[in-house]
Design a protein around this ligand. Structure first.
Ligand code: HEM
Length: 436
């Protein structure tokens, strides 16, 4: 199909998001059709939830009942530099973010966004983060990985079904546009306060990986299934293998209503996955051997509805012993609480650096919850008690390299502009000053 509404246009928009900048945006807009994006409210502060990460209520569900994931993404890394944030800078950051929220409805058809801060940002304050926040510096989480630390201060996550929206939002945050979606923008930009790092981009959703598989890491003959939402060919975030947002939200202290974000950059190596592994091997490695032998997963797994039926997979070590292979999802079932994982996955694929990759973005109450889950995925126990290798036949470890890891705090919305490390201490100090 080559009309401007078809695959050609989708590829074009995705390519434009990856390139970014004002000219890519205007090329997209010129190419039409004009998209009609609803505007946001006049006063986002009173209309929007405290939880920046409360996206689920703003997302449509697919036919099966799973949350739809906004198709286009931009991550904007920000460095603050030395020194302490001032109130004027906080106002600038807040005004820039609120400008986007007035321009676009808070939804997948409009714009969803979070801003988060790293431990390196919080290091500058005399106070420590409160005990209710678990935010260590990132570290390697497997013997076989040696990731760079994502040592930026902050990162903005922009998500929308429309590439033009994430691009427009990015240009506005850089102070490059006066008007966005017909809404005039404040004279305030993130670049007044931060230095922008190298942008990161990505996508998720049926068709996009297949349309963008001409990159390193994917065999040349275009093996990614046409309707797959991710490069590895399967649906991933079923309702039944995601926790609710409450489970990942910080419950107490000054950052209650916030969450932590783990963000790793993974590169994919799908040669063996698509050229040597059979369909049954792929299902075994992704889900579990039981699902392969029973034919539980059809195509990309849409037939599973909301439930990948992980309880049927059996004990990972026993499976590894009897089948010589263990599933990715299967290894993490033991970590579940109340029959759900403890990390909320909002990851997406990427062609950054012309290489197939994943920006693995997950939310959890504590970074420790992520570490526990990631260690289960390593399957060290399984490997030492069976013929399964450290990485081979051990879920999907063989196909992934973790090149960078970062940990961030997504504060509640009212603290999203350059938060102090301990707002409660800060408030107490201000009260003392006021008293004196
Ligand atoms: C290339 C990277 C990855 C891909 C393509 C991928 C894909 C998938 C897919 C298709 C599923 C659903 C199938 C199932 O539940 O068995 C799944 C589940 C899951 N994945 Fe991944 N994954 C990736 C990386 C990761 C990483 C780095 C983590 C972090 C620890 C992770 C954590 C999980 C969890 C917690 C589940 C749900 C397990 C459960 O149902 O209890 N995944 N993944």
């Amino acid at each position: 199909m080559s009309d401007s509404y078809g695959i050609d246009r989708r590829e074009f928009v995705k390519a434009a998001v990856a390139i970014g900048g004002a000219s890519a945006l205007s090329a997209c807009l010129d190419r039409g059709p004009e998209i009609d994006v609803p505007r946001g409210p006049e006063d986002p502060a009173s209309a929007f939830p405290e939880r920046q990460h409360a996206w689920n209520a703003a997302l449509p569900t697919d036919d099966a009942g799973n949350n739809h994931h906004p198709r286009h993404r931009v991550l904007l890394p920000l460095s603050y530099g030395d020194g302490m944030p001032t109130d004027a800078e906080r106002e600038t950051v807040e005004a820039a973010l609120a400008g986007l929220e007035r321009a676009y409805e808070r939804s997948a058809a409009g714009l969803l966004l979070t801003v988060s801060y790293s431990p390196y940002y919080f290091d500058r304050f005399d106070e420590s983060l409160p005990e209710s926040v678990d935010l260590p510096e990132p570290r390697a989480l497997a013997d076989f990985e040696d990731p760079d630390a994502d040592d930026i201060d902050a990162i903005v996550h922009l998500a929308s079904d429309h590439g033009e929206v994430v691009m427009g939002a990015e240009e506005a945050l850089k102070g490059e546009v006066d008007e966005l979606n017909g809404v005039s923008q404040p004279d305030a930009s993130l670049t007044d306060v931060f230095t922008l790092g190298e942008r990161r981009t990505g996508f998720i959703g049926d068709g996009l990986p297949a349309e963008n598989q001409d990159v390193d890491g994917v065999p040349d003959d275009g093996p990614v299934p046409e309707d797959a939402p991710l490069y590895m060919g399967f649906e991933s975030a079923f309702q039944g293998n995601q926790p609710g947002e409450d489970r990942v939200t910080i419950q107490s202290g000054p950052f209650a209503g916030g969450t932590t974000q783990q963000l790793s950059t993974l590169t994919l190596n799908l040669k063996q996955w698509y050229e040597q592994d059979s369909r049954d091997q792929r299902v075994s490695k992704m889900f579990c051997p039981h699902h392969a032998s029973e034919g539980t997963v059809e195509g990309t797994g849409e037939n599973l509805g909301t439930d990948p039926q992980m309880d049927d997979c059996g004990d990972p070590t026993e499976t590894a012993r009897s089948e010589g292979v263990v599933g990715h999802g299967q290894k993490m079932v033991d970590v579940r609480e109340d029959d759900a994982p403890i990390i909320l996955r909002r990851d997406f694929d990427s062609t950054d650096q012309d290489r197939a990759g994943v920006h693995f973005l997950s939310l959890q109450r504590t970074i420790e919850d992520f570490v526990t889950t990631r260690e289960a995925m390593n399957g060290d126990d399984v490997a030492s008690n069976s013929a399964v290798g450290q990485r081979t036949n051990n879920g999907i470890l063989q196909y992934i390299d973790t090149v960078r890891r970062g940990n961030f705090l997504i504060p509640p919305r009212s603290l999203r502009a350059l938060p102090p490390a301990n707002p409660a201490d800060d408030a107490a100090e201000n009260a003392e000053v006021a008293h004196a």
